[in-house]
Write a new protein. Structure first.
Length: 314
């Protein structure tokens, strides 16, 4: 089912904008899956509600969730059941976010970011930070743009799969240098006044982008077959967790590849298969997750492992 694979891409990786979404709010996004992909980064960590939207009819009798540790035995990434994450939103939250998402899609161009205030259904006077990805069709331009040399982007994977495109979410100045509480209140008040006086019912303030990568998704292609490599910036995240519903048809196992722990996950209905590992700099100041994803009808588990090895040797 293509729908399953699209949704796995949608929620399998946390990406900007920085908004808090759970439960009912996530159901709103189900209606958006036919639009262009929308990436979400949760405030709580790297939270991925994959299963809530997947239309799987049955699950495995015993779902095994795993975690990844670094050389010191510290947990640097883990997967859990959605049962372990409980949070609810009001109907106002759902409606406000739906309006914000539509505005973000209409008002922002690729590579832009803005802070939005939606007047309706906003009793707590909240703002939402919206961003759009920047696309790079030329690998040299992408490499020139990325300032962190620890981020590895290959020109080819698995021999014949060549670089086609990269979609990058850069961090905003709001993310890198968060405003103080007073500054936030002042911005919110200003936007609220503009939104309430406006006939449009909302206000937005442009936010500057930085060169720091938050999420990068690279597509490699050989004929009609594709391999996707995703890189997420985990630096500074104390609890990088992905939540997957137990009703989703998937199985997961831990592997050792050249001394590095990796998670291999197979999603049965969509035939999607992925291999994930964590890169951590020697001083532990930088941490990125790498995920190689493909269709298991075209790419074997052994091939995914070889691709992962090539990144470890990069």
């Amino acid at each position: 089912m293509e729908k399953d694979q699209d949704l796995k891409k949608l929620f399998g990786d946390p990406r900007i904008p920085d908004v808090e979404l759970t439960g009912k709010v996530m159901k709103v996004l189900h209606t958006e899956m036919k639009k262009e992909r929308f990436f979400v980064k949760y405030k709580i960590a790297l939270t991925a509600f994959v299963g809530m939207m997947l239309m799987a009819t049955t699950g495995y009798a015993a779902v095994q969730y795993h975690s990844l540790t670094n050389t010191d035995g510290e947990v640097v990434y883990e997967t859990k059941s959605t049962k372990e994450y409980v949070k609810t939103e009001s109907k106002d939250d759902v409606k406000r976010f739906e309006a914000f998402y539509d505005l973000k899609e209409k008002q922002l161009k690729n590579g832009q970011a803005a802070l939005f205030y939606v007047a309706a259904n906003n009793p707590n006077h909240q703002t939402d930070l919206g961003t759009k990805a920047t696309s790079f069709y030329n690998l040299s331009q992408l490499q020139d743009k990325i300032t962190d040399q620890s981020i590895k982007v290959a020109d080819k994977v698995n021999g014949d799969y060549a670089y086609q495109q990269a979609d990058v979410f850069f961090k905003t100045a709001y993310d890198v240098n968060p405003p103080s509480l007073q500054e936030k209140e002042e911005m919110t008040t200003k936007l609220r006044d503009q939104a309430e006086k406006s006939k449009q019912g909302y206000a937005m303030m442009p936010v500057e982008m930085t060169d720091e990568v938050a999420h990068l998704s690279v597509t490699y292609q050989n004929g009609e077959d594709k391999i996707e490599v995703m890189i997420n910036n985990l630096t500074g995240k104390s609890d990088p967790t992905s939540y997957i519903d137990e009703k989703v048809e998937f199985k997961q196992e831990k592997l050792q590849v050249k001394g590095v722990e990796m998670l291999q996950t197979e999603f049965t209905p969509s035939r999607a298969i992925e291999l994930q590992w964590i890169y951590e700099s020697p001083d532990k100041k930088q941490r990125y997750s790498y995920t190689v994803r493909a269709n298991s009808d075209h790419i074997s588990k052994e091939t995914l492992t070889k691709i992962a090895e090539s990144y470890l040797d990069y």
